[in-house]
Write a protein that binds this ligand. Structure first.
Ligand SMILES: Cc1cc2nc3c(=O)[nH]c(=O)nc-3n(C[C@H](O)[C@H](O)[C@H](O)COP(=O)(O)OP(=O)(O)OC[C@H]3O[C@@H](n4cnc5c(N)ncnc54)[C@H](O)[C@@H]3O)c2cc1C
Length: 452
Protein backbone atom coordinates (compact mmCIF):
# COMPACT_ATOMS: atom_id res chain seq x y z
CA UNK A 1 0.00 0.00 0.00
CA UNK A 2 1.25 3.49 -0.75
CA UNK A 3 1.88 6.01 1.97
CA UNK A 4 -0.10 9.28 2.05
CA UNK A 5 3.16 11.25 1.71
CA UNK A 6 3.95 9.47 -1.59
CA UNK A 7 0.93 11.09 -3.30
CA UNK A 8 2.41 13.23 -6.09
CA UNK A 9 -0.63 13.99 -8.26
CA UNK A 10 -4.33 13.28 -8.18
CA UNK A 11 -6.46 12.86 -5.11
CA UNK A 12 -6.13 9.99 -2.64
CA UNK A 13 -8.97 7.53 -3.29
CA UNK A 14 -10.13 7.83 0.32
CA UNK A 15 -10.36 11.62 0.06
CA UNK A 16 -12.32 11.41 -3.18
CA UNK A 17 -14.66 8.86 -1.60
CA UNK A 18 -15.32 11.14 1.36
CA UNK A 19 -15.69 14.40 -0.51
CA UNK A 20 -12.46 15.93 0.79
CA UNK A 21 -11.00 18.40 -1.64
CA UNK A 22 -7.24 18.18 -1.02
CA UNK A 23 -5.61 17.18 -4.31
CA UNK A 24 -8.87 17.52 -6.24
CA UNK A 25 -7.37 20.36 -8.29
CA UNK A 26 -4.82 17.93 -9.75
CA UNK A 27 -7.48 15.44 -10.86
CA UNK A 28 -7.57 15.37 -14.65
CA UNK A 29 -11.09 15.37 -16.04
CA UNK A 30 -10.31 13.57 -19.28
CA UNK A 31 -10.15 9.91 -20.30
CA UNK A 32 -6.93 8.23 -19.27
CA UNK A 33 -6.95 6.64 -22.76
CA UNK A 34 -6.39 10.05 -24.35
CA UNK A 35 -2.86 10.14 -22.88
CA UNK A 36 -1.76 7.45 -25.35
CA UNK A 37 -4.20 8.53 -28.07
CA UNK A 38 -4.43 12.34 -27.94
CA UNK A 39 -7.48 13.96 -29.53
CA UNK A 40 -6.98 14.89 -33.19
CA UNK A 41 -6.35 18.63 -33.46
CA UNK A 42 -6.12 19.09 -37.24
CA UNK A 43 -8.82 21.36 -38.67
CA UNK A 44 -11.70 19.40 -40.21
CA UNK A 45 -11.42 18.60 -43.93
CA UNK A 46 -13.74 20.30 -46.43
CA UNK A 47 -16.89 18.40 -47.24
CA UNK A 48 -16.93 16.69 -50.62
CA UNK A 49 -20.07 17.40 -52.66
CA UNK A 50 -21.03 13.74 -52.73
CA UNK A 51 -20.13 10.25 -51.57
CA UNK A 52 -21.74 6.82 -51.67
CA UNK A 53 -22.48 6.71 -47.93
CA UNK A 54 -22.52 9.36 -45.21
CA UNK A 55 -22.09 7.92 -41.73
CA UNK A 56 -23.27 10.07 -38.84
CA UNK A 57 -21.14 9.36 -35.75
CA UNK A 58 -17.43 8.51 -35.59
CA UNK A 59 -17.40 5.88 -32.84
CA UNK A 60 -16.79 2.17 -33.31
CA UNK A 61 -20.10 1.70 -35.20
CA UNK A 62 -19.36 4.46 -37.69
CA UNK A 63 -15.68 3.63 -38.21
CA UNK A 64 -16.29 -0.11 -38.51
CA UNK A 65 -19.03 0.57 -41.07
CA UNK A 66 -16.66 2.85 -43.01
CA UNK A 67 -13.93 0.17 -43.13
CA UNK A 68 -16.34 -2.45 -44.48
CA UNK A 69 -17.73 -0.04 -47.08
CA UNK A 70 -14.24 0.98 -48.21
CA UNK A 71 -13.18 -2.68 -48.39
CA UNK A 72 -16.22 -3.26 -50.61
CA UNK A 73 -15.33 -0.52 -53.06
CA UNK A 74 -17.73 2.15 -51.76
CA UNK A 75 -16.78 5.71 -50.87
CA UNK A 76 -17.67 6.83 -47.35
CA UNK A 77 -17.59 10.03 -45.31
CA UNK A 78 -17.96 9.89 -41.54
CA UNK A 79 -19.23 13.04 -39.82
CA UNK A 80 -19.03 13.85 -36.13
CA UNK A 81 -20.39 16.78 -34.21
CA UNK A 82 -17.32 16.76 -31.96
CA UNK A 83 -13.73 15.82 -32.72
CA UNK A 84 -13.58 12.29 -34.16
CA UNK A 85 -14.19 9.79 -31.37
CA UNK A 86 -15.89 12.37 -29.18
CA UNK A 87 -18.48 9.86 -27.95
CA UNK A 88 -18.33 6.71 -25.85
CA UNK A 89 -15.87 4.90 -28.08
CA UNK A 90 -12.80 6.67 -26.68
CA UNK A 91 -14.23 6.88 -23.16
CA UNK A 92 -15.26 3.32 -22.35
CA UNK A 93 -13.69 0.72 -20.08
CA UNK A 94 -12.28 -1.35 -22.94
CA UNK A 95 -13.93 -4.51 -21.61
CA UNK A 96 -15.00 -6.75 -24.46
CA UNK A 97 -17.82 -9.20 -24.07
CA UNK A 98 -20.30 -10.97 -26.27
CA UNK A 99 -23.13 -8.93 -24.78
CA UNK A 100 -24.57 -12.23 -23.55
CA UNK A 101 -23.95 -11.28 -19.94
CA UNK A 102 -26.71 -8.68 -20.42
CA UNK A 103 -29.35 -11.38 -20.80
CA UNK A 104 -30.76 -13.85 -18.33
CA UNK A 105 -30.97 -16.85 -20.65
CA UNK A 106 -34.31 -18.13 -19.32
CA UNK A 107 -35.83 -14.67 -19.59
CA UNK A 108 -34.54 -14.26 -23.12
CA UNK A 109 -36.07 -17.61 -24.10
CA UNK A 110 -39.38 -16.66 -22.47
CA UNK A 111 -39.43 -13.37 -24.37
CA UNK A 112 -38.20 -14.49 -27.77
CA UNK A 113 -38.49 -18.27 -27.98
CA UNK A 114 -35.67 -20.82 -27.89
CA UNK A 115 -34.57 -20.65 -31.53
CA UNK A 116 -34.28 -16.85 -31.56
CA UNK A 117 -32.57 -16.76 -28.15
CA UNK A 118 -30.04 -19.34 -29.29
CA UNK A 119 -29.33 -17.42 -32.50
CA UNK A 120 -28.83 -14.13 -30.61
CA UNK A 121 -26.54 -15.68 -28.01
CA UNK A 122 -24.46 -17.50 -30.60
CA UNK A 123 -24.16 -14.29 -32.57
CA UNK A 124 -22.88 -12.60 -29.41
CA UNK A 125 -19.91 -14.97 -29.52
CA UNK A 126 -19.40 -14.14 -33.21
CA UNK A 127 -19.16 -10.46 -32.24
CA UNK A 128 -16.18 -11.27 -30.03
CA UNK A 129 -14.55 -13.24 -32.84
CA UNK A 130 -15.26 -10.46 -35.32
CA UNK A 131 -13.54 -7.70 -33.35
CA UNK A 132 -10.52 -9.94 -32.83
CA UNK A 133 -10.30 -10.78 -36.53
CA UNK A 134 -10.71 -7.13 -37.55
CA UNK A 135 -7.90 -6.03 -35.22
CA UNK A 136 -5.66 -8.78 -36.58
CA UNK A 137 -6.53 -8.17 -40.22
CA UNK A 138 -6.08 -4.41 -39.99
CA UNK A 139 -3.02 -4.84 -37.71
CA UNK A 140 -4.20 -2.41 -35.05
CA UNK A 141 -1.89 -2.26 -32.02
CA UNK A 142 -4.36 -1.73 -29.18
CA UNK A 143 -3.45 -4.29 -26.49
CA UNK A 144 -6.26 -6.66 -27.50
CA UNK A 145 -6.13 -9.65 -25.17
CA UNK A 146 -8.44 -12.60 -24.46
CA UNK A 147 -8.09 -12.07 -20.73
CA UNK A 148 -11.45 -13.48 -19.60
CA UNK A 149 -14.07 -11.86 -17.38
CA UNK A 150 -14.66 -12.45 -13.65
CA UNK A 151 -18.10 -11.43 -12.41
CA UNK A 152 -18.35 -11.29 -8.63
CA UNK A 153 -21.58 -12.29 -6.86
CA UNK A 154 -22.78 -9.62 -4.42
CA UNK A 155 -25.02 -12.12 -2.59
CA UNK A 156 -25.07 -15.92 -2.22
CA UNK A 157 -28.32 -16.03 -4.21
CA UNK A 158 -26.61 -14.17 -7.05
CA UNK A 159 -23.94 -16.85 -7.17
CA UNK A 160 -26.56 -19.60 -7.51
CA UNK A 161 -28.51 -17.68 -10.15
CA UNK A 162 -25.32 -17.01 -12.10
CA UNK A 163 -24.34 -20.70 -11.98
CA UNK A 164 -27.75 -21.68 -13.40
CA UNK A 165 -27.49 -19.00 -16.08
CA UNK A 166 -24.02 -20.20 -17.11
CA UNK A 167 -25.36 -23.76 -17.45
CA UNK A 168 -28.23 -22.47 -19.62
CA UNK A 169 -25.78 -20.48 -21.74
CA UNK A 170 -23.69 -23.59 -22.35
CA UNK A 171 -26.77 -25.69 -23.16
CA UNK A 172 -28.38 -23.25 -25.59
CA UNK A 173 -25.36 -21.60 -27.19
CA UNK A 174 -22.30 -23.68 -26.30
CA UNK A 175 -20.71 -20.84 -24.32
CA UNK A 176 -17.89 -21.99 -22.03
CA UNK A 177 -17.59 -20.65 -18.50
CA UNK A 178 -16.77 -21.81 -14.99
CA UNK A 179 -17.76 -20.86 -11.47
CA UNK A 180 -15.30 -19.92 -8.72
CA UNK A 181 -16.43 -20.48 -5.14
CA UNK A 182 -15.91 -17.90 -2.43
CA UNK A 183 -13.21 -20.02 -0.80
CA UNK A 184 -11.24 -20.10 -4.07
CA UNK A 185 -11.80 -16.56 -5.26
CA UNK A 186 -8.43 -15.20 -4.14
CA UNK A 187 -7.02 -16.98 -7.17
CA UNK A 188 -9.16 -14.53 -9.20
CA UNK A 189 -9.28 -11.36 -7.14
CA UNK A 190 -7.67 -9.86 -4.04
CA UNK A 191 -10.97 -9.06 -2.35
CA UNK A 192 -13.33 -10.69 0.16
CA UNK A 193 -16.40 -8.76 -0.91
CA UNK A 194 -17.82 -11.28 -3.35
CA UNK A 195 -19.63 -14.56 -2.68
CA UNK A 196 -17.66 -16.23 -5.46
CA UNK A 197 -18.19 -15.52 -9.13
CA UNK A 198 -18.23 -16.71 -12.71
CA UNK A 199 -15.51 -16.60 -15.34
CA UNK A 200 -16.14 -16.21 -19.08
CA UNK A 201 -12.70 -17.09 -20.47
CA UNK A 202 -13.37 -15.88 -24.02
CA UNK A 203 -14.01 -12.26 -23.01
CA UNK A 204 -11.29 -9.77 -23.78
CA UNK A 205 -9.90 -6.28 -23.27
CA UNK A 206 -8.25 -3.56 -25.30
CA UNK A 207 -7.12 0.06 -25.10
CA UNK A 208 -10.11 1.96 -26.53
CA UNK A 209 -8.12 5.08 -27.47
CA UNK A 210 -5.57 3.12 -29.47
CA UNK A 211 -8.25 0.94 -31.07
CA UNK A 212 -10.15 4.03 -32.20
CA UNK A 213 -6.97 5.71 -33.47
CA UNK A 214 -6.06 2.52 -35.37
CA UNK A 215 -9.47 2.40 -37.08
CA UNK A 216 -9.09 6.09 -38.03
CA UNK A 217 -5.65 5.43 -39.54
CA UNK A 218 -6.93 2.51 -41.62
CA UNK A 219 -9.84 4.55 -42.95
CA UNK A 220 -7.45 7.31 -44.03
CA UNK A 221 -5.20 4.74 -45.78
CA UNK A 222 -8.20 3.31 -47.64
CA UNK A 223 -9.23 6.77 -48.87
CA UNK A 224 -12.14 7.40 -46.50
CA UNK A 225 -12.80 10.68 -44.73
CA UNK A 226 -13.64 11.26 -41.07
CA UNK A 227 -14.68 14.87 -40.60
CA UNK A 228 -15.01 16.20 -37.07
CA UNK A 229 -16.71 19.34 -35.74
CA UNK A 230 -19.33 18.89 -38.43
CA UNK A 231 -22.68 17.82 -37.06
CA UNK A 232 -25.45 16.58 -39.32
CA UNK A 233 -28.19 19.15 -38.70
CA UNK A 234 -30.76 17.83 -41.17
CA UNK A 235 -31.17 14.89 -43.51
CA UNK A 236 -33.44 15.35 -46.53
CA UNK A 237 -34.50 12.65 -48.98
CA UNK A 238 -34.17 13.85 -52.58
CA UNK A 239 -35.55 10.90 -54.58
CA UNK A 240 -32.13 9.52 -55.55
CA UNK A 241 -30.69 9.45 -52.04
CA UNK A 242 -30.13 11.96 -49.26
CA UNK A 243 -28.80 15.47 -48.67
CA UNK A 244 -27.02 15.74 -45.34
CA UNK A 245 -27.01 19.35 -44.25
CA UNK A 246 -24.34 20.67 -41.88
CA UNK A 247 -23.25 24.17 -40.85
CA UNK A 248 -20.15 23.63 -43.03
CA UNK A 249 -22.01 22.64 -46.19
CA UNK A 250 -24.19 19.92 -47.66
CA UNK A 251 -23.16 16.50 -48.83
CA UNK A 252 -25.17 14.20 -51.14
CA UNK A 253 -25.17 10.46 -50.58
CA UNK A 254 -26.96 7.43 -51.89
CA UNK A 255 -27.24 6.06 -48.34
CA UNK A 256 -26.91 7.31 -44.79
CA UNK A 257 -26.01 5.30 -41.69
CA UNK A 258 -26.95 6.69 -38.28
CA UNK A 259 -24.32 5.60 -35.74
CA UNK A 260 -24.98 7.95 -32.84
CA UNK A 261 -25.87 5.49 -30.02
CA UNK A 262 -25.94 7.33 -26.65
CA UNK A 263 -25.57 10.70 -28.43
CA UNK A 264 -28.74 10.15 -30.49
CA UNK A 265 -31.01 13.20 -30.40
CA UNK A 266 -33.84 14.54 -32.53
CA UNK A 267 -31.95 14.38 -35.86
CA UNK A 268 -34.02 11.31 -36.74
CA UNK A 269 -36.99 11.62 -34.38
CA UNK A 270 -38.08 7.98 -34.66
CA UNK A 271 -34.61 6.90 -33.42
CA UNK A 272 -34.48 9.64 -30.77
CA UNK A 273 -37.66 8.20 -29.20
CA UNK A 274 -36.10 4.76 -29.00
CA UNK A 275 -32.87 5.57 -27.16
CA UNK A 276 -32.33 6.98 -23.66
CA UNK A 277 -28.82 8.23 -22.91
CA UNK A 278 -27.40 7.09 -19.56
CA UNK A 279 -24.24 8.48 -18.02
CA UNK A 280 -21.35 6.20 -17.22
CA UNK A 281 -18.14 7.38 -15.55
CA UNK A 282 -14.66 6.08 -14.90
CA UNK A 283 -11.73 6.88 -12.66
CA UNK A 284 -8.10 5.80 -13.10
CA UNK A 285 -5.60 5.41 -10.29
CA UNK A 286 -1.91 6.07 -10.34
CA UNK A 287 0.20 3.03 -11.33
CA UNK A 288 0.33 0.52 -8.46
CA UNK A 289 3.42 -1.27 -7.19
CA UNK A 290 3.72 -4.61 -8.99
CA UNK A 291 3.14 -6.70 -5.85
CA UNK A 292 -0.08 -4.86 -4.96
CA UNK A 293 -1.35 -5.06 -8.52
CA UNK A 294 -0.71 -8.82 -8.62
CA UNK A 295 -2.49 -9.24 -5.30
CA UNK A 296 -5.61 -7.38 -6.49
CA UNK A 297 -5.86 -8.72 -10.04
CA UNK A 298 -3.87 -11.97 -10.08
CA UNK A 299 -5.28 -13.07 -13.46
CA UNK A 300 -5.43 -9.58 -14.95
CA UNK A 301 -8.93 -10.09 -16.35
CA UNK A 302 -11.82 -7.66 -16.79
CA UNK A 303 -14.22 -7.59 -13.83
CA UNK A 304 -17.78 -6.73 -12.90
CA UNK A 305 -20.39 -7.52 -10.28
CA UNK A 306 -23.99 -8.68 -10.11
CA UNK A 307 -25.68 -5.60 -8.67
CA UNK A 308 -28.40 -3.87 -10.62
CA UNK A 309 -26.27 -0.73 -10.60
CA UNK A 310 -23.34 -2.55 -11.93
CA UNK A 311 -19.68 -1.52 -11.55
CA UNK A 312 -16.80 -2.70 -13.70
CA UNK A 313 -13.01 -2.51 -13.46
CA UNK A 314 -9.74 -3.74 -14.89
CA UNK A 315 -6.04 -2.96 -15.02
CA UNK A 316 -4.70 -0.56 -17.63
CA UNK A 317 -2.48 -2.29 -20.20
CA UNK A 318 1.22 -1.98 -19.33
CA UNK A 319 0.66 0.57 -16.58
CA UNK A 320 -0.71 -1.32 -13.55
CA UNK A 321 -3.40 1.31 -12.96
CA UNK A 322 -6.89 0.37 -11.83
CA UNK A 323 -9.58 1.68 -14.17
CA UNK A 324 -12.89 1.69 -12.28
CA UNK A 325 -16.30 2.51 -13.75
CA UNK A 326 -19.96 2.70 -12.96
CA UNK A 327 -23.09 4.64 -13.65
CA UNK A 328 -22.96 8.36 -13.08
CA UNK A 329 -25.96 10.60 -12.50
CA UNK A 330 -24.72 13.79 -14.07
CA UNK A 331 -22.91 13.39 -17.36
CA UNK A 332 -21.60 15.29 -20.32
CA UNK A 333 -18.08 16.21 -19.25
CA UNK A 334 -18.75 16.73 -15.57
CA UNK A 335 -15.74 18.19 -13.77
CA UNK A 336 -17.00 18.01 -10.22
CA UNK A 337 -15.15 15.49 -8.03
CA UNK A 338 -18.37 14.93 -6.11
CA UNK A 339 -19.91 13.22 -9.16
CA UNK A 340 -17.19 10.56 -8.98
CA UNK A 341 -17.29 9.98 -5.20
CA UNK A 342 -19.40 6.83 -5.40
CA UNK A 343 -16.93 5.26 -7.86
CA UNK A 344 -14.10 5.71 -5.35
CA UNK A 345 -16.38 4.43 -2.58
CA UNK A 346 -17.24 1.28 -4.54
CA UNK A 347 -13.58 0.75 -5.43
CA UNK A 348 -12.53 0.98 -1.78
CA UNK A 349 -15.33 -1.34 -0.74
CA UNK A 350 -13.80 -3.99 -3.01
CA UNK A 351 -10.15 -2.98 -2.57
CA UNK A 352 -9.63 -1.19 0.78
CA UNK A 353 -5.90 -1.63 0.03
CA UNK A 354 -6.21 1.37 -2.34
CA UNK A 355 -7.26 3.93 0.23
CA UNK A 356 -4.14 6.09 -0.13
CA UNK A 357 -3.64 5.46 -3.83
CA UNK A 358 -4.05 8.62 -5.90
CA UNK A 359 -6.85 8.82 -8.42
CA UNK A 360 -5.43 10.76 -11.36
CA UNK A 361 -8.19 10.81 -14.01
CA UNK A 362 -11.99 11.01 -13.97
CA UNK A 363 -14.29 11.18 -16.98
CA UNK A 364 -17.71 10.28 -18.26
CA UNK A 365 -19.70 9.54 -21.39
CA UNK A 366 -23.11 8.42 -22.58
CA UNK A 367 -24.33 4.92 -23.24
CA UNK A 368 -27.40 4.36 -25.41
CA UNK A 369 -30.19 2.36 -23.80
CA UNK A 370 -33.01 0.79 -25.78
CA UNK A 371 -36.31 0.05 -24.05
CA UNK A 372 -35.97 -3.72 -24.51
CA UNK A 373 -32.24 -3.68 -23.60
CA UNK A 374 -31.29 -5.17 -26.96
CA UNK A 375 -29.20 -3.45 -29.65
CA UNK A 376 -30.99 -2.68 -32.90
CA UNK A 377 -29.97 -2.62 -36.53
CA UNK A 378 -32.11 -1.81 -39.52
CA UNK A 379 -33.66 0.83 -41.70
CA UNK A 380 -36.15 3.59 -40.85
CA UNK A 381 -39.38 4.10 -42.77
CA UNK A 382 -37.61 6.95 -44.56
CA UNK A 383 -34.77 4.66 -45.72
CA UNK A 384 -31.99 5.64 -43.29
CA UNK A 385 -29.86 2.77 -42.02
CA UNK A 386 -29.00 2.61 -38.34
CA UNK A 387 -27.20 0.51 -35.71
CA UNK A 388 -27.43 1.49 -32.05
CA UNK A 389 -28.73 0.74 -28.53
CA UNK A 390 -25.82 -1.29 -27.15
CA UNK A 391 -26.88 -0.70 -23.52
CA UNK A 392 -23.33 -0.28 -22.20
CA UNK A 393 -21.77 -3.26 -23.99
CA UNK A 394 -20.68 -1.80 -27.26
CA UNK A 395 -17.01 -2.38 -27.89
CA UNK A 396 -17.60 -5.67 -29.73
CA UNK A 397 -21.26 -5.09 -30.58
CA UNK A 398 -20.75 -1.64 -32.18
CA UNK A 399 -17.80 -2.96 -34.18
CA UNK A 400 -19.85 -5.93 -35.39
CA UNK A 401 -23.09 -4.03 -36.02
CA UNK A 402 -21.17 -1.34 -37.92
CA UNK A 403 -19.78 -4.07 -40.18
CA UNK A 404 -23.19 -5.67 -40.64
CA UNK A 405 -25.05 -2.44 -41.41
CA UNK A 406 -22.40 -1.60 -44.00
CA UNK A 407 -22.95 -4.99 -45.66
CA UNK A 408 -26.71 -4.34 -45.60
CA UNK A 409 -26.14 -0.99 -47.31
CA UNK A 410 -24.00 -2.76 -49.92
CA UNK A 411 -26.81 -5.27 -50.50
CA UNK A 412 -24.64 -8.17 -49.34
CA UNK A 413 -26.61 -11.10 -47.89
CA UNK A 414 -23.82 -11.63 -45.32
CA UNK A 415 -25.15 -8.51 -43.63
CA UNK A 416 -28.08 -10.45 -42.19
CA UNK A 417 -28.20 -10.80 -38.41
CA UNK A 418 -30.54 -12.46 -35.96
CA UNK A 419 -31.30 -8.96 -34.65
CA UNK A 420 -32.74 -7.73 -37.99
CA UNK A 421 -36.36 -8.65 -37.43
CA UNK A 422 -36.69 -7.58 -33.79
CA UNK A 423 -39.39 -5.06 -33.04
CA UNK A 424 -37.68 -1.79 -31.97
CA UNK A 425 -39.96 -0.34 -29.29
CA UNK A 426 -40.11 3.37 -28.52
CA UNK A 427 -39.96 4.45 -24.86
CA UNK A 428 -43.59 4.91 -23.76
CA UNK A 429 -42.91 8.42 -22.41
CA UNK A 430 -39.49 9.26 -23.74
CA UNK A 431 -39.20 12.77 -22.31
CA UNK A 432 -40.06 11.44 -18.84
CA UNK A 433 -37.90 8.30 -19.24
CA UNK A 434 -34.85 10.47 -19.95
CA UNK A 435 -35.20 12.10 -16.54
CA UNK A 436 -36.62 9.11 -14.68
CA UNK A 437 -33.75 6.73 -15.42
CA UNK A 438 -31.24 8.52 -13.11
CA UNK A 439 -33.88 8.47 -10.31
CA UNK A 440 -34.30 4.69 -10.71
CA UNK A 441 -30.52 4.40 -10.70
CA UNK A 442 -30.35 6.12 -7.31
CA UNK A 443 -33.11 3.85 -5.98
CA UNK A 444 -31.37 0.70 -7.24
CA UNK A 445 -28.04 1.92 -5.80
CA UNK A 446 -29.75 2.36 -2.43
CA UNK A 447 -31.25 -1.16 -2.63
CA UNK A 448 -27.89 -2.64 -3.62
CA UNK A 449 -26.22 -0.83 -0.70
CA UNK A 450 -28.64 -2.01 1.99
CA UNK A 451 -28.21 -5.60 0.80
CA UNK A 452 -24.43 -5.45 1.12
C1 LIG B 1 -17.92 5.56 -19.63
C2 LIG B 1 -18.30 4.41 -20.53
C3 LIG B 1 -17.77 3.15 -20.30
C4 LIG B 1 -18.08 2.08 -21.15
N1 LIG B 1 -17.47 0.88 -20.96
C5 LIG B 1 -17.67 -0.12 -21.84
C6 LIG B 1 -16.92 -1.32 -21.75
O1 LIG B 1 -16.03 -1.48 -20.92
N2 LIG B 1 -17.21 -2.32 -22.64
C7 LIG B 1 -18.15 -2.17 -23.61
O2 LIG B 1 -18.38 -3.11 -24.39
N3 LIG B 1 -18.84 -1.01 -23.76
C8 LIG B 1 -18.61 0.02 -22.91
N4 LIG B 1 -19.27 1.20 -23.07
C9 LIG B 1 -20.19 1.35 -24.21
C10 LIG B 1 -19.45 1.56 -25.52
O3 LIG B 1 -18.42 2.50 -25.36
C11 LIG B 1 -20.43 2.05 -26.59
O4 LIG B 1 -21.52 1.13 -26.69
C12 LIG B 1 -19.81 2.18 -27.96
O5 LIG B 1 -18.62 2.92 -27.90
C13 LIG B 1 -20.79 2.85 -28.90
O6 LIG B 1 -20.13 3.19 -30.08
P1 LIG B 1 -20.91 4.05 -31.17
O7 LIG B 1 -19.98 4.25 -32.29
O8 LIG B 1 -22.21 3.41 -31.50
O9 LIG B 1 -21.26 5.42 -30.43
P2 LIG B 1 -20.30 6.56 -29.86
O10 LIG B 1 -18.90 6.13 -29.75
O11 LIG B 1 -20.96 7.10 -28.63
O12 LIG B 1 -20.32 7.65 -31.01
C14 LIG B 1 -21.50 8.37 -31.35
C15 LIG B 1 -21.03 9.67 -31.98
O13 LIG B 1 -22.14 10.28 -32.65
C16 LIG B 1 -21.85 11.67 -32.69
N5 LIG B 1 -23.07 12.39 -33.08
C17 LIG B 1 -24.27 12.41 -32.43
N6 LIG B 1 -25.14 13.18 -33.15
C18 LIG B 1 -24.49 13.62 -34.26
C19 LIG B 1 -24.87 14.45 -35.34
N7 LIG B 1 -26.09 14.95 -35.47
N8 LIG B 1 -23.93 14.72 -36.30
C20 LIG B 1 -22.67 14.21 -36.20
N9 LIG B 1 -22.26 13.43 -35.16
C21 LIG B 1 -23.17 13.13 -34.20
C22 LIG B 1 -21.35 11.95 -31.28
O14 LIG B 1 -20.62 13.16 -31.23
C23 LIG B 1 -20.51 10.71 -31.01
O15 LIG B 1 -19.13 10.93 -31.22
C24 LIG B 1 -19.00 2.28 -22.22
C25 LIG B 1 -19.55 3.54 -22.44
C26 LIG B 1 -19.20 4.60 -21.61
C27 LIG B 1 -19.81 5.96 -21.86
Amino acid sequence: MQDEKDVVGGIAANDLAHGRSEGANTLKFAPYWWEAAPRPDAPPADLPAKTDVVIVGSGFTGLSAAITLLNNGRTAVVLDRGVPGFGASTRNGGQIGSGNQKFRVKRLIALRGEAKASAMLREGMQMLDYIESLIQKETIACHFRRCGRFRGAMQPAHYDAMARDMEDLKAIAGVESFMVSRSDQHAEIGSDVFFGGSVLPADASLHPGLYHAGLMARIAEKGGLVIGNTGADRIEADGKGFRVVTARGTINARNVIIATNGYTDGLVPELGRRIVPIGSGLIATEALPQALYDELLPKNRVYGNTNRVFYYFRGAPDERRIIWGGRIGRSGGTTSPSNYRHLARDMLHVFPQLKSTPVTHAWDGLIGYSFDEVPHIGRTAGGLHYALGYCGTGVSRATYFGHKIALQVAGDANGRTSFDDLNFPAYPAHAIAKHAVPVFETWYRFQDAIKR
